[in-house]
Design a protein around this ligand. Structure first.
Ligand code: ADP
Ligand code: ZN
Length: 837
């Protein structure tokens, strides 16, 4: 048989795949799509085989020895042919290194544990020998000699062991630096997390369980023996009692405790054929919200029915189609999603539901579980690796046909895909802000195209891109124009902060009309939600003498004051300092806190309403999924009167007793120099307004702003998406922005400003001729965040009406950088950026 070769994508930031030989022992085994362990730079790493051939690659030198695959990982391919093709497309479209793209698609690596192992080098041995003979010139430290001796005895030492030796790892690292000891990387199989389950063997077991005593004369020895036998029989009896009492198999640990027996006893009983023992994977933790949940039993209204009937038709046609479900907040889009999943399952197909945030996977999966039971798997980055791997393989093996998850669940390995739903499709959370910089929504549409499935994008405020596609006939538009049960949309009132200031001559954390509205809710005993899209107590600390804000040491960004921590914090890199008494620049003492954040608003409301139950929900108060659930759960149960929060509170949730939503400083985002500023403001206001009046009680929304006449605020007040779209589309067209132009940003960054400038200049000369090839190149200019995490940053913005031309300019740029030895990490290419900030 021919020697087989395969191309392996490895999780390294390089743009090529690597060729390995398939050893003869694997003949007959398919390798494409399989995860493999291969040697790479002298360490074993896990990659995925993406293609196979029986010809050796043509290399210039021909002297390269092709190494064999060390190991095949799973019983079958992890990735289907479709997913491999999807990965290649992402890598090409987003200019992302292929290995890093595939890493994002594979299950978490739970099987292998990378470990460091130390061994003595020849130099180390020589040193020991010299010391023994008393020859060498430099007399080693006695501690070092002790360690070297230990190495000599142990042959190889894991880093875990070494840590416990005198001097710990630091002492050993010193020996490594001196070349006496070498550190190598080894990969070991990790034991899957399982538990031993024990059951009573029904037939009652084989022979040899009882000891019989032959001799009439019992020696002391035999007496002891018989006492042991008696003890054993008693232990066996207790084990049997526990197992019959519980009426089924029991985990080993529990059995040992209940029956008060040792592991040895149980193992002996198994050997004697009394017990059955096997390994089972540890079960996932129960979601505490799942317990007392009864799903709503809604009868669909006619708009919902119409939308669903249309989706059924697409599903029956069994061809690729993309639908945009534009439904106002509270119009019952979720019911349509669930019906669409039903349609897919009834055609024996599988479905994926993407939601923008981990927290929303809980709401959605709860509904899905209630309807589709065990068929549902959940995939998001907040799960422990071991759980995520299990859910991943459940989907891969066809045990789960519905997957609910965040962005990366678009790669869920379900077979026979019929439907991908993208809820709140406009959310920037779908855009991954690290390599591969893909947009989950767009990947979903492409995957549906590859697999002949239906993509269903849903939103109350579709992105300009999707609505434009619907108008152009690329997507099919489904509309839900009414809230369910004829509930009215909440009324939105604008509070003009300029007017407020004229009247009161004093800026308060919350305007008077909003304060009064909250007071009214407290009297009525309904609930209020206050959105303030800034964390911390004060946005910044300003010197009134020199006019400078106190800035981060690593970023060109003002530090935010957090009162509870008594620190000024950088929200980009985490840098923090104690608030200074003097201006760091001019040493004046006129420092003033500027702008109220969520922490201040919460404090103010507590002062104003001491009897009210006020809580805050933002990344400072909730750090874990559990805390998040606790706060939202408490709010849902009515244990909180006023919930203050950042945009975390704005999304998706369905609270029935909220009758007031207040938005503090609604125009914050409008000031950003970003082409999506108006769109984001409109979306946020509409979404948050949609949180009010979702139950029987009607709702009111109060929006504070300094720019009441801005169209984003005005149309959000009227909740008029169509007019907003028209106006915004007009501007985008004029200014050459998406969806009318393909857009990309290329960022050059380095610790040294000279490098960043030099590389930017080089790239500018590369881009220059593209002006004539239909690509407009703006820059290089200092990026809006000119310094971030100590890097100086320069930015190019590329625009082209033809995506292909843009793609050519970008892939050429990547090659150019490689040829000019500009490091991969210094260049960030962002295709279809969510923001230019
Ligand atoms: P959206 O996502 O469109 O904002 P949801 O899907 O969250 O809206 O639905 C809002 C609420 O309306 C939910 O409590 C849901 O149970 C309820 N609902 C959905 N469809 C109906 C219906 N046909 N009749 C009554 N209530 C419904
Ligand atoms: Zn910083």
């Amino acid at each position: 048989m021919h020697q087989r070769y395969c191309e392996v994508a490895l999780p390294v930031p390089l743009r090529n795949t690597f060729t390995y030989a398939v050893p003869a022992s694997l003949n007959g085994e398919p390798v494409v799509g399989r995860r493999v362990v291969v040697p790479f730079r002298n360490r074993p790493i896990v990659g995925v085989a993406v293609s196979e051939s029986d010809r050796a690659p043509e290399t210039a030198g021909a002297e390269v020895r092709i190494k064999p695959i060390a190991e095949l990982m799973d019983r079958g391919p992890a990735l289907s042919a479709n997913l491999i093709e999807l990965g290649r497309w992402i890598s090409g479209y987003y200019l992302a290194p292929i290995g890093e793209t595939f890493r994002a698609m594979l299950p978490p690596e739970t099987e292998l544990r990378h470990d460091c192992e130390y061994t003595l080098t020849n130099a180390g041995r020589a040193q020991l020998a010299q010391f023994a003979l008393g020859t060498g010139d430099d007399i080693p430290e006695p501690e070092d000699m002790v360690l070297l001796r230990r190495f000599e005895e142990a042959e190889s030492v894991s880093s875990a062991q070494a840590r416990r030796w005198p001097g710990g790892e630091a002492a050993i690292e010193k020996l490594v630096q001196r070349g006496l000891v070498i550190a190598g990387d080894v990969a070991r199989h990790r034991k899957a997390r399982t538990q031993t389950i024990v059951a009573w063997k029904p037939e009652g077991g084989g022979a040899g369980a009882n000891l019989t005593i032959h001799s009439a004369e019992t020696s002391a020895e035999e007496k002891r023996m018989s006492r042991r036998a008696q003890n054993e029989r008693a232990a066996e009896e207790r084990v049997r009692e526990v197992l019959t009492a519980t009426g089924g198999p029991v985990p080993l640990g529990l059995l040992m405790e209940k029956a008060n027996v040792t592991r040895t006893t149980i193992q002996r009983l198994e050997k004697n054929g009394r017990l059955l023992m096997w390994e089972e994977p540890l079960t996932a933790n129960e979601d505490p919200w799942d317990t007392d949940f009864t799903p709503p039993n809604n009868v669909l209204n006619s708009e919902q029915n119409q939308a669903l009937a249309e989706i059924w038709r697409w599903m029956v046609a069994g061809k690729f189609a993309t639908g945009l479900l534009h439904g106002v907040t509270g119009s019952g889009k979720t019911e349509v999603y669930l019906g669409a999943i039903d349609a897919a399952l009834s055609r024996r197909k599988s479905a994926i539901v993407l939601v923008p945030e981990i927290a929303l996977t809980l709401w959605t999966s709860r509904l899905a579980r209630a309807r589709f039971g065990e068929d549902v798997a959940i995939l998001h980055s907040g799960l422990p690796d071991i759980e995520r791997a299990r859910e991943w393989w459940r989907a891969r093996n066809g045990e789960a046909r519905v997957v609910v998850g965040t962005r990366s669940a678009v790669f869920a390995p379900v077979g026979n895909l019929g439907l991908i739903i993208v809820d709140e499709e406009q959310e920037s959370a779908y855009k991954q802000e690290e390599t591969p910089r893909y947009n989950g929504r767009d990947v979903a549409v492409y995957r549906a195209h590859l697999e002949g499935a239906v993509a269903l994008l849903g939103s109350a405020t579709p992105s300009l891109e999707s609505y434009h596609n619907a108008h152009a006939g690329k997507y099919r538009l489904l509309e839900l124009t009414q809230r369910v049960a004829n509930r009215p949309l909440a009324e939105v009132r604008i509070i003009d902060l300029r007017e407020e200031f004229r009247q009161r001559r004093k800026a308060m954390p919350v305007s008077e009309p909003l304060r009064a509205a909250i007071a009214l809710r407290l009297e009525e005993k309904t609930q209020a939600m206050i959105l303030i899209n800034r964390r911390g107590y004060s946005w910044s600390l300003l010197c009134r003498n020199c006019g400078a804000f106190v800035q981060c040491q690593n970023c060109s960004i003002a530090l935010t004051y957090h009162k509870s921590r008594q620190r000024l914090v950088c929200h980009y890199c985490g840098f923090s300092i104690r608030p200074p008494k003097q201006c760091p620049k001019c040493h004046a003492e006129y420092l003033y806190f500027v702008g109220d954040g969520a922490e201040r608003v919460e404090e103010y409301l507590r002062e104003q309403f001491p009897a009210a139950r006020v809580a805050r929900l933002d990344r400072d108060t909730v750090r874990t999924k559990r805390e998040y659930q606790q706060v939202l759960g408490a709010f849902a149960k009515g244990e909180i009167d006023v919930l203050v929060g950042t945009q975390m509170v704005a999304k998706g949730h369905d609270f029935q007793r909220v009758t007031l939503v207040g938005v503090v400083a609604a125009d914050l985002a409008l000031g950003r120099p970003d082409f999506r500023a108006a769109e984001r403001t409109f979306q946020l206001l509409t979404q948050v307004a949609g949180r009010a009046g979702r139950g029987e009680l009607s709702g009111e929304v109060l929006v504070e702003t300094y720019y009441p006449e801005h169209y984003a605020i005005e149309y959000a007040r009227r909740q008029d998406y169509a007019s907003f779209y028209e106006k915004e589309a007009h501007f985008r067209k004029m200014l050459h922005y998406p969806p009318f132009t393909a857009l990309a940003s290329v960022l050059i960054r380095d610790r040294k400003i000279e490098n960043a400038i030099r590389w930017s200049r080089a790239l500018a000369s590369y881009f220059a001729p593209f002006e004539e090839r239909g690509v407009k190149v703006l820059g290089p200019a200092a990026a809006p965040l000119a310094r971030l995490r100590r890097d100086y940053r320069f930015q190019f913005v590329l625009k082209s009406p033809q995506r292909a031309a843009l793609g050519r300019a970008l892939s050429g740029a990547v090659d150019f950088c490689a040829a000019k030895d500009i490091p991969e990490t210094a260049v960030i290419v962002d295709v279809d950026p969510a923001t230019l900030m």
